[in-house]
Design a protein around this ligand. Structure first.
Ligand code: FAD
Ligand code: FMN
Length: 619
């Protein structure tokens, strides 16, 4: 028990004794103590305490002649809620679930699974897991060790455990909600009893998740609130107890847009923008390694094209969650029209009764590939379908904010936040199609325009605590963004007198002249010695293709030496090819240089990941 809780408990007992002596109100000294305690409590703890006091007063009125010391206080079981989150969604859902449970008087132990001692599993009675899936069906970084333990032979029998799982994922991935499925199936096979069916949520998860949470709290309430015990005070990780900034994904800050500057050359195949946004007045803070969540508005030209293609009118009234909008408004600000969900393709196939679309729907892999490579307008233009405006609106998903790795450190830019954004653009016939958020940031927003943002903290992409630890940063293309932030941060630390370890950047892109993002800054860091080594790979500057993984391989001995010296290794950028190829190269390096088998090399790298020495921010 925390010292405050001990004091609180003591004080409550005093208050109860006073009650038996016939006094209805607190003495001045007790009031001071109560005030001192309540000012130190989080909103969740305050809510729990008020429930506790109410429960105590009811019990006392019935058992008023029993001295408190002899009262039978039956300890209610604690509900443990574990979350495994890569970018914060699962953490958000778990925190709300914990609040809902504690609001009805359940004693809750909410924990990041990374901080959970697996030995405690066999003594749990009630466990809820909220987890996302990362990589290709992999557990989030924080859950790697727990996942490995639970799925191993070491996991204990859990016949005394009641559990359920809420899984977050994205149905455009092949292994949808895989980590949630893994936990659910394994807990079942270890003998645990499922108290509610697992919920698999897609990207638009909020409503389903809150309904599931409300139901499970209702289910567990009777079992877990028989009576309360002070020892069962809600325990929240410090990160949750600290009053969080008022702006978050649900309540974004409306920031001022300052700058979009093209940083690729005129002849580049890519349009990459350096973006600056002003956070002044928000109180928002971020650490290097965090991402910025950005809400966006769809292009009104695209909205008009879509409405025309559908034969609707822009002013037609439609509803979304009981709110009225014109069709043009809802398609501009509320609904995804650049990303196409597989469900929408299914809807369009049914409404059009088109044979080839219906056949596509029966082939899950082909359906996923098709939805990932066609925007809504492209599906609509493919075949005509019988729908009205409301049905069309109901078939679309709500806009989800996009994340961008932060490319600045507040020690350098203070109230600003910088991003490095590649515009998603491709040709469809004679039309140029663009990504929703990247074109909003890169092209449609003007200086002084408004953009809704929030900070997505990422504790799995952090500079080493010890500034003297060497770092290896692998960030081709926009993957270089967080490393610009790392360098700004290290420069500020250096200015404050910190000794810095070595740093090594691997950067790559298509050509040296057109695509060397932030070239001058890297060269200055090299010159000043802040950056120890820079290796670049420009794939199209010579006949054979050269990528960052080739540069790593060329430097195998030194890379391995740095790792053996304790270096932290970071990969940022493309998840589909680059991160996998770099990982394979690292395996090869550890095999060659460390004299290990491939399996041992995988274990070596997994240990680095669990120890947060190998971190990825890939997308
Ligand atoms: C943690 C994290 C960090 C990130 N950091 C960065 C970063 O620093 N910089 C950065 O630029 N991005 C970053 N991203 C990616 C970013 O979040 C967006 O996914 C990206 O900008 C695209 O979003 P969009 O809204 O522009 O495109 P969307 O509207 O999401 O997608 C456009 C749609 O167009 C279609 N499409 C796209 N290309 C083609 C094609 N060639 N052929 C046919 N159809 C196509 C697809 O249907 C696609 O869904 C990050 C992502 C994550 C998760
Ligand atoms: C790099 C990356 C890989 C992902 N891999 C999967 C996957 O294999 N299966 C899946 O269902 N979802 C996958 N997702 C989607 C996430 O699980 C989903 O966005 C979730 O809401 C994230 O929750 P979190 O913020 O708690 O990590 C992936 C997301 C990213 C960015």
């Amino acid at each position: 028990m925390l010292p405050e809780q001990q004091k609180f408990s003591q004080n409550l007992l005093n208050a109860e004794n006073q009650h038996y002596l016939g006094q209805a109100s607190l003495e001045a000294s007790q009031l001071v103590l109560l005030q001192q305690l309540s000012s130190s409590l989080s909103p969740l703890q305050l809510a729990w305490s008020s429930g506790y006091l109410a429960a105590q007063s009811e019990q006392n009125s019935v058992n008023s002649i029993v001295p408190p010391a002899q009262k039978q206080v039956k300890a209610a079981s604690t509900l443990t809620i574990l979350y495994a989150s890569q970018t914060g969604n699962a953490k958000g859902v778990a925190t709300k679930l914990a609040t809902a449970a504690s609001d009805v008087g359940i004693a809750v132990n909410l924990k990041n699974v990374a901080d959970y001692k697996v030995k405690g599993l066999k003594s749990e009675s009630h466990l809820l897991i909220v987890t996302s899936t990362n990589g290709e069906g992999e557990a989030p970084d924080d859950a790697l060790a727990f996942h490995e333990f639970l799925l191993s032979k070491k996991a204990p029998k859990l016949s005394g455990l009641s559990y359920s799982v809420l899984a977050l994922g994205d149905s455009s991935y092949e292994f949808f909600c895989q980590t949630g499925k893994d936990f659910d199936e394994r807990l079942k096979s270890l003998g645990a009893k499922q108290v509610a069916t697992r919920l698999d949520c897609d990207v638009d998860y909020q409503q389903q998740a809150s309904e599931w949470s409300a139901n499970i709290v209702k289910t567990l309430k009777d079992e877990l609130t028989v009576s309360v015990n002070l020892a069962d005070v809600v325990t929240l990780p410090t990160s949750v107890m600290v009053a969080e900034n008022q702006y978050d994904k649900e309540n974004p800050f409306t920031a001022e847009f300052s700058l979009s500057q093209k940083i690729t050359g005129r002849d580049s195949n890519k349009d990459v923008r350096h973006i600056e946004i002003d956070l002044a007045g928000s109180g928002l803070t971020y650490q290097v390694g965090d991402a910025l969540g950005v809400y966006f508005e769809n292009d009104t030209v695209l909205v008009a094209e879509l409405i025309t293609a559908l034969g609707f009118s822009a002013d037609e009234e439609v509803q979304l969650n009981d709110k009225k909008f014109t069709l043009a408004q809802v398609l501009t600000s509320e609904l995804e029209i650049t990303q196409t969900a597989a469900n929408f393709v299914e809807f369009w196939a049914k409404q059009s009764a088109d044979k080839s679309l219906l056949a596509l729907v029966d082939d899950k892999k082909a359906l996923r590939e098709f939805s990932n490579s066609h925007q809504v307008i492209e599906v609509v233009a493919l075949v005509a379908a019988t729908v009205n405006a409301q049905q069309f609106v109901d078939a679309l998903r709500k806009i989800t904010p996009r994340l961008y790795s932060i490319a600045s450190s507040q020690s350098e830019v203070e109230d600003e936040v910088h991003l490095t954004v590649a515009l998603v653009e491709y040709q469809q016939g004679d039309k140029t199609r663009a990504g929703g958020a990247s074109s909003f940031l890169g092209k449609r927003l003007e200086q002084g325009g408004k953009v809704k943002v929030f900070v997505e903290h990422n504790n799995n992409f952090r500079l080493p605590e010890n500034t003297e630890t060497p770092v290896i940063m692998i960030g081709p293309g926009t993957g270089v963004a967080p490393f610009r932030a790392f360098m700004q941060e290290r420069e500020a630390l250096n200015d404050d007198g910190a000794e810095l370890g070595k740093s090594w950047l691997f950067f790559g892109d298509q050509t040296f002249t057109q695509d060397f993002l932030y070239q001058v800054e890297w060269q200055n860091y090299l010159k000043s010695g802040l950056l120890t080594k820079l290796d670049v790979a420009f794939s199209r500057d010579q006949a054979e293709k050269i990528y960052v993984q080739d540069r790593l391989q060329e430097n195998a001995a030194e890379v391995y030496l740095w790792l053996e010296q304790g270096a932290h290794l970071y990969i940022c950028g493309d998840a589909n090819r680059m991160a996998k190829d770099v990982h394979q190269t690292l395996v090869n390096i550890v095999v060659e240089q460390g004299g290990k088998t491939s399996e041992q090399a995988e274990t070596y790298l997994k240990t680095l990941r669990i120890n947060k020495r190998y971190q990825k921010d890939v997308y």
